[in-house]
Design a protein around this ligand. Structure first.
Ligand code: CUA
Length: 325
């Protein structure tokens, strides 16, 4: 009974339908569909045997015989059949099913035309589009309905790339490139999460996959490939000057300016992103100002030190960065 109850609890938790927690059981991509299908079959098999075992236990409790009357030959045959033969068949069948799912996942139905290079950092995601100058962070845009090739790398420790509604997990390993692919059948924003414990802020290493119509995606990619926008007001110009001449520039890149640091996310189009800091905070003026002033209070242990800027400079920097869409 405990198995049954925990099974039902599991179903209710993984299929939580508040719309915000992504479930692998509401798939929107070929690979995630394969995972969900396998999951339901395994669950049905487990449920069936759970019911059978409970029924037999109840039966035995009600109709128990006195031990001196048990025929040992009969008992041995029963143990061999239900303790060895049946489990071996069930495990072999489910193993074959899993292997079949993995094989079906290995190639998309059509060959991908686009390659996205994702690098895991403690604790954010660097995203590059092969053959373009586009670099972004924690947000991957893909054309809806098209398979996209993924190259996964790590800059430090092992991370794991997981978008429950689109694809199963794949690790990002130091000194190695893992290749896989992703697709989304429906336009929308899908939550992704690092699924391998990678240090203090592992939980704040989220990202989103934005699936959009091809034309919209192409426009987005063209914009992201451009250099930084010219500052159009006195405040923004002041912000640009502070960013490019202060310690910001030693860690961050603004393509087209002298800021070309490599340690932190590329900020060329930071204003276009939905969230900051590996999904930890929304990307708006207030949250960004708090982050720049002292990100350690938001995400302790991250590599960005507090920035001792004057209130005027802080306002200028954030106004400028927010304008970089
Ligand atoms: Cu990266 Cu957990």
């Amino acid at each position: 009974a405990a198995v049954l109850v925990s099974g039902l609890l599991l179903v209710s938790s993984v299929s939580a339908c508040d719309g915000r927690s992504p479930s692998a059981l509401s798939p929107f991509g070929q690979k995630a569909g394969q995972v969900a299908w396998s999951w339901w079959i395994l669950f049905a098999v487990a449920l069936f045997f759970c019911v059978v075992v409970i029924a037999m236990a109840v039966f035995a409790a009600i109709f128990r015989r006195r031990t001196d009357k048990v025929r040992t030959g009969e008992a041995r045959g029963f143990v061999i059949a239900f303790g060895v033969v049946v489990p071996a068949i069930v495990l072999a069948a489910t193993f074959a099913l899993s292997v079949g799912s993995i094989a079906a996942d290995s190639q998309p139905k059509t060959a991908p035309k686009l390659t996205v290079e994702v690098t895991g950092h403690q604790w954010w995601w660097e995203v590059r589009y092969a053959g373009t100058t586009a670099v972004t962070a924690n947000e991957i845009h893909i054309p809806v309905g098209k398979p996209v090739r993924l190259q996964l790398r790590s800059a430090d420790v092992i991370h794991s790339f997981w978008v429950p509604q689109l694809m199963p997990k794949m690790d990002l390993l130091p000194n190695r490139v893992n290749r896989t692919w992703i697709s989304a059948d429906k336009a929308g924003t899908y939550r992704g999460q690092c699924a391998e414990y990678c240090g203090l802020e592992h939980a704040h290493m989220a990202f989103s996959v934005v699936a959009e119509p091809e034309a919209k995606f192409r426009r987005w990619l063209a914009t992201q490939s451009e250099g930084v926008r010219a500052a159009t007001s006195a405040t923004r110009r002041q912000g640009e000057r502070v960013v490019t001449t202060s310690s910001c520039a030693t860690c961050h890149t603004l393509r087209g300016t002298s800021a070309n640091g490599k340690l932190g996310p590329d900020l060329t189009h930071v204003g276009s992103r939905e969230r900051l800091a590996g999904g930890a905070i929304p990307n708006d003026f207030g949250h960004m100002a708090g982050w720049v002033a002292n990100s350690q209070t938001v995400k302790p242990g991250n590599k960005m030190p507090p920035q001792p800027l004057s209130p005027r400079d802080l306002k200028a920097v954030v106004t400028y960065l927010q304008s970089l869409e």
